[in-house]
Design a protein around this ligand. Sequence first.
Ligand SMILES: NC(=O)c1ccc[n+]([C@@H]2O[C@H](COP(=O)([O-])OP(=O)(O)OC[C@H]3O[C@@H](n4cnc5c(N)ncnc54)[C@H](OP(=O)(O)O)[C@@H]3O)[C@@H](O)[C@H]2O)c1
Length: 266
Amino acid sequence: MSQIDQLPAGVVVVTGTSRGLGRELVNQLRQRGRSVIAVVRRIVSCTLPAHDDDLQMVEADLSTPAGIEAAIEGIELALGPRSLAALVNGAGAVTPVGPLVAHSSNAMTAALTLMAIAPARLSVALAQRMVPAARVLNLSTRSAHETFPGLSLYCMSKHALHSVSRSLQLECPTTMAVAELIPGEVDTDMQSDLRTPDPADFKMAEFFRMNQPNLIPTGLAVAFIAWVLLDTSPDDYARTDPWYVYDASTHPQWLPQGVAFNYPEP
Ligand SMILES: NC(=O)c1ccc[n+]([C@@H]2O[C@H](COP(=O)([O-])OP(=O)(O)OC[C@H]3O[C@@H](n4cnc5c(N)ncnc54)[C@H](OP(=O)(O)O)[C@@H]3O)[C@@H](O)[C@H]2O)c1
């Protein structure tokens, strides 16, 4: 396994850090000696360790335009004179589930704002604070490339996020290196949100219940995220295909010895 830090010096901003992948990523980044600005919807519900100079928190609801602008302002303030080495757009939500016909314009707007507009705005608004070769990592999903019944808001928002990633790759190649990463089905609250609905309302709940034994532990999925963010070379990082946790060709470089997925092709 390689652990040669290829990310330039500077602060890492992570969104969606109250729980799940975002919280564990903050922990692993701190273990690697990185200063982190953690963006949370509500500081009160965040169980990260108390802040110090190397872990600051910014409170913002990223599902509204005003919340996005508050996040940008808060990050600028927390950065002070320091520069940004990376931005990880992790905040996301699968709820509300249900068919498109059941969703209001407000629910559609909130989902698109959280999962596509916030990553786009944060990337461009913070570009001037980025070091050369700074990295943007967008947490994606197979739902960015396929559409599943009852997951309309999530699928359309993550499809839009895929397009945001491509736009940034095509339009800002000298300002930032942008990549998309699919962490697989990970054992976080998001998966429980997919299992708990009544299958009469959300048929895929049956699949997600059945699939529970195959979930990837959060720490392992984040080891993959941290490896992509910190340890891949500049030439490899900003590839056009998403980084995919089940891509066996990368496993020797980040998967601990003796660990294997019993669910290689979902
Ligand atoms: N888990 C999986 O199987 C899986 C698979 C593929 C992709 N992903 C992606 O990985 C990312 C992290 O997922 P996860 O599994 O860690 O999910 P999670 O455990 O449900 O955590 C989601 C995070 O996003 C934050 N968030 C939600 N709405 C927000 C808002 N309006 N403003 C600010 N923050 C908000 C949540 O904050 P609150 O605590 O305030 O709600 C929480 O910190 C997501 O983008 C997801 O799409 C996950």
